[in-house]
Design a protein. Structure first.
Length: 244
């Protein structure tokens, strides 16, 4: 799939709500085959992390594994962060705290906050987008959110997913992201055009509210890690090569 700047680059993969590092099981070996160092992290109360959701009351607590990882990086080392779905907010907080340690942030059909509103704002937009006028969830979203995902991966997801939260309440009280820190890290976005959970229109709305270096598209549902892993891996490698 080609080298990134002709040298090994460290990419850190962050999953979405209810999931875990395991969701990258198709993508991780493809990125490693290109010669790069890949770390997939479990957030708190996710994957094999030992905490329970009852012990994780705020987004900061949920994001502790990523913040600890970034804090322990050598001062002269930079990484490429890749976030899927809710994982975009994990990236954003890391970008705000450690902008000097991040060469690029790649958002994969992910929540990408702006600097004008509270960190919960785009999540609230997402909730509105999947609810009808009566507040009930859209039928298509509730019945077939992963319409292109192979049945084997849906089965794996059902076996391994854990209870999750979007932590909207704590995010609504968090400080806004800043242009000087969060806004200083180069950002790119991978739009999944067949996503009926986080719709392409909402993905593009978030892009419009941010300074994004490049946008790529793949014909994937929300779980691009399962439905289009080769295309996703190629996009990640190309974006990192051009912008990291």
């Amino acid at each position: 799939m080609g080298d990134i700047n002709n040298q090994a680059t460290r990419l850190v993969l962050i999953h979405g709500s209810s999931a875990g590092a395991w969701v990258w099981y198709k993508v991780k070996p493809m990125l490693e085959a290109a010669g790069h160092s890949i770390t997939a992290l479990d957030m708190s109360a996710s994957g094999v992390n030992t905490k329970t959701l009852e012990e994780v009351r705020t987004f900061d607590q949920y994001n502790e594994p990523l913040i600890e990882f970034m804090a322990n990086l050598p001062e002269n080392e930079k990484v490429v962060l890749v976030g899927h779905s809710l994982g975009g907010l994990n990236l954003a907080f890391a970008m705000e705290k450690f902008p000097e340690k991040i060469s690029l942030a790649i958002f994969v059909t992910a929540i990408m906050p702006d600097t004008q509103h509270q960190p919960s704002y785009m999540l609230e937009k997402f909730t509105e987008s999947i609810s009808g006028a009566d507040g009930e969830q859209d039928t298509a979203v509730s019945s077939t959110p992963f319409q292109l995902t192979p049945i084997e991966d849906l089965t794996l997801q059902a076996l391994l997913n854990r209870p999750g939260s979007t932590f909207v309440e704590s995010l609504s009280k968090a400080n806004k992201f800043t242009e000087d820190r969060y806004g200083s890290v180069p950002r790119v976005y991978i739009v999944c055009t067949e996503d009926i959970l986080l719709s392409p229109s909402l993905q593009r709305f978030m892009i419009e509210q941010n300074e994004v270096k490049e946008v790529m598209e793949i014909p994937a549902d929300h779980m691009a890690v399962f439905s289009k892993p080769k295309e996703l891996s190629q996009c990640i490698l190309e974006l990192a090569q051009k912008h990291a």
